[in-house]
Write a protein of this length. Structure first.
Length: 278
């Protein structure tokens, strides 16, 4: 009889430990709280932020979290001016931004930036030199790089975009695209444009690649998060959450949640590599 009771106690202890380590445990920080966390900035971050917000608000409807894009420049401006609590950037903060606004930064994911073309395009890869010539306008027809005899339609991101800054720095060696390039305002808008234009070439965060567009290799390196994490694929960046001063209250809880195992699962599920805090 004593053995049976002891076994039951051990079983309950095991269940208790399993419950404490369950994926929902990090959400306990939000139970019983009330308030708002507004988030804006880099569009690559949106899938992660929205899923985290959904999970948190499902546990506690008294917490309201809003997520908007606008690009990295908007993220810096809005968090710096106190309009939002978290401003996201797809690039590191500039020293002048930190000094002006007193920002604190939290890198949370590794992302690559992929050159993207329409799925119907038979080109599957370009050299870095070819990419530089295509975006500068020196190469203007797809037949010059093994494609169809058709003019190349260039698409780039807007000024202030972290995706654009990473692409120009890492893929174009700090060069800029031709002035004739079409400008779009988000990763989503870029996907739409490239998927609808058979002659298009643009770029998106690797996490945004899907069947509607085709990521092409650069110097033989396939654009994947695994290759970005290993260093084989060179056009990479970190994604950051930024706050005005050290985060407090709900904002602190949100930032910390992204670094929990549950938050890292969200990052991975969105197609990124979780960044381990050092």
């Amino acid at each position: 009889m004593k053995r049976i009771i002891l076994a039951a106690v051990l079983l309950m202890c095991g269940l208790g430990a399993a419950f404490a380590a369950s994926p929902s445990a990090p959400l306990d920080a939000f139970r019983g709280q009330k308030g708002v966390v507004d988030i804006a900035g880099g569009t690559a971050h949106i899938p992660v932020m929205k899923e985290a917000a959904r999970q948190i608000m499902a546990v506690n409807p008294d917490v309201r979290i809003t997520v908007a894009g606008g690009g990295s420049g908007v993220g810096v401006q809005k968090v710096g001016e106190g309009i939002v609590q978290i401003g996201n950037t797809g690039r590191a903060l500039k020293p002048a931004e930190v000094e002006k606004y007193g920002l604190v930064t939290f890198p949370f994911a590794i992302d690559g930036v992929a050159v993207a073309v329409n799925p119907a395009n038979r080109v599957t890869g370009l050299t870095k030199a070819q990419i530089k010539d295509v975006f500068s306008g020196k190469i203007a027809n797809w037949k010059e790089v093994g494609g169809a005899d058709a003019p190349i339609s260039l698409y780039v991101r807007e000024d202030g975009s972290g995706t654009r800054e990473t692409f120009e720095e890492r893929a174009l060696d700090k060069g800029v695209a031709a002035s004739k390039a079409n400008v779009v305002s988000s990763n989503g808008a870029m996907k739409t444009a490239v998927s609808q234009d058979p002659n298009a070439i643009g770029y998106v965060g690797i996490g945004h690649l899907d069947n509607s567009i085709k990521g092409i290799s650069i110097d033989g390196a396939t654009p994947s998060q695994e290759n970005a994490a290993s260093g084989e694929y060179k056009v990479t960046r970190l994604l950051y959450m930024n706050t005005k001063g050290e985060p407090q209250g709900l904002t602190k809880a949100f930032v910390e949640y992204i670094f929990t195992p549950a938050g890292q699962d969200i990052v991975s599920g969105a197609g990124y590599i979780p960044y381990v805090k050092k």
